[in-house]
Design a protein around this ligand. Structure first.
Ligand SMILES: Nc1ncnc2c1ncn2[C@@H]1O[C@H](COP(=O)(O)OP(=O)(O)OP(=O)(O)O)[C@@H](O)[C@H]1O
Ligand SMILES: CC(=O)N[C@H]1[C@@H]2OC[C@@H](O2)[C@@H](O)[C@@H]1O[C@H](C)C(=O)O
Length: 370
């Protein structure tokens, strides 16, 4: 029997909440979507919580509830838009908002907020949340989780494929055409986070729309080389990272040695960093024969990013995931609908080969409205 789920996510760009209504019959079909803008004050609070600071517990407790309300509002708006009664939804899969991810700590941890109890009560729908920590309890990094979903919907028998999500952080999934070849998945490094941060700082704009500022600049080779020396890029997977690592402090550290860099030149160099680290990660993948490369996440709209990826990977066709059936903006939200369904069907959600966990496991806890 067909089932309806809603996937909800606020990603590392902290630009707003993506919600997707998905029908599983049993393959997933995207029915409709909604993007819910976060109030500016809450966005500020979340950005602050993403870096170590003062009085974090009070700030986190407050943001946890406020964000839960925003997730509920986002879901309710989608239900209204689609004239869907809440009783028809089997569950909401809510990722929440990552405010800290410390895969290198001992013990490592990850923290997502957006209280699922509030979401359940204010929507009247059961919520599956806390998707990452069971994987961490089993020795994994709790991320990336989307590779299992990519495998479920994007794997081809004929060609090798690489799916690249360019969100705040960029992550990729390698889907070899052979049924039994292992999937590879990891975070390549910064996606849009530094591009957004520099643009915000220098121009007061939340993003460099279509890479226009970057297109006016020239790459600063010394800055690019300095950033590329970061050990993260050379590390072997499993590996994940976050905006608390690739932060303005990280950029300022590398800028120190550069005398009077131009605003557009730094933007161009940051764009080159994103593209270079993704392309380099793909070039170093074993066993792939000219894979097809499909991009999702907000970075797929950055024309300059897409063009330069194609230049760096001339033998492959670089395209958006739209051409293989899912609009680039909605892959992640759909993935959390899928993960909620995995939870309700008591099926594993993680891929140990990707996260480093000791075994596949059912992910997430269930929160009831009643
Ligand atoms: N037209 C555009 N031009 C340039 N950049 C864009 C454009 N549209 C979206 N973006 C970028 O995409 C970002 C949002 O991407 P997305 O929603 O995939 O991030 P996210 O889901 O928060 O991240 P993550 O996958 O890391 O959790 C914006 O912050 C912006 O940098
Ligand atoms: C801890 C965390 O929130 N990680 C995100 C982040 O954003 C992109 C990349 O880094 C990815 O590893 C992950 O999100 C997706 C949804 C994932 O788990 O696959």
């Amino acid at each position: 029997m067909a089932e309806l789920y809603i996937g909800a996510l606020s990603g590392t760009s902290i630009d707003g909440i993506d919600v997707a209504l998905v029908r599983f019959a049993p393959g997933p079909e995207l029915i409709d979507t909604h993007f819910h803008t976060l109030p500016g004050s809450l966005r500020e609070q979340l950005l602050r919580l993403s870096q170590p600071g003062d009085n974090e517990i009070d700030a986190m407790g407050n943001a946890d509830v406020l964000l839960g309300k925003e997730f509920a509002a986002a879901v309710n708006a989608l239900l209204a838009k689609t004239h869907t009664d809440p009783t028809r939804i089997r569950a909401i899969g809510s990722h929440g908002q990552t405010i800290r991810h410390r895969p290198q700590n001992d013990p490592c941890f990850t923290l997502q907020i957006g209280d699922p109890n509030v979401i359940a009560v204010e929507t009247g729908i059961r919520v599956v949340a806390d998707f990452r920590r069971k994987d961490i309890a089993l020795g994994g990094q709790g991320a990336p989780l989307v590779p299992a979903f990519h495998d479920a919907i994007f794997r081809s028998r004929q060609v090798d494929r690489v799916i690249v999500n360019i969100g705040g952080i960029a992550n990729l999934t390698v889907l070899p055409r052979g049924q039994f070849s292992p999937i590879i998945g990891f975070d390549t490094g910064p996606g849009n986070t530094l591009l957004d941060a520099w643009c915000q700082k220098m121009l007061g704009q939340p993003m460099d729309k279509d890479g226009m500022l970057a297109a006016r600049g020239r790459i600063v080779p010394a800055l690019l080389q300095s950033m590329l020396t970061d050990p993260y890029f050379g590390r072997r997977p499993p590996k994940t990272t976050g905006r608390e690592y690739f932060s303005m402090d990280w950029l300022n550290h590398h800028l120190k040695a550069i005398s009077r860099p131009g605003v557009a030149d730094v933007q161009a160099t940051l764009l080159a960093l994103t593209v270079h680290t993704i392309a380099d990660a793909i070039k170093r993948l074993p066993m792939l024969k000219t894979p097809e490369i499909y991009i999702c996440g907000g970075g797929a709209h950055n024309i300059a990013v897409m063009r330069s990826l194609q230049v760096q990977l001339p033998e492959s066709k670089v395209d958006k995931t739209d051409v293989i059936g899912v609009a680039a903006d909605w892959v992640e939200a759909m993935a959390f609908a899928w993960l909620a369904r995995q939870r309700m069907h008591e099926q594993p959600g993680n891929l140990p080969i990707v996260t480093g966990a000791s075994r596949p496991t059912v992910l997430g806890s269930v929160y009831l409205p009643g």
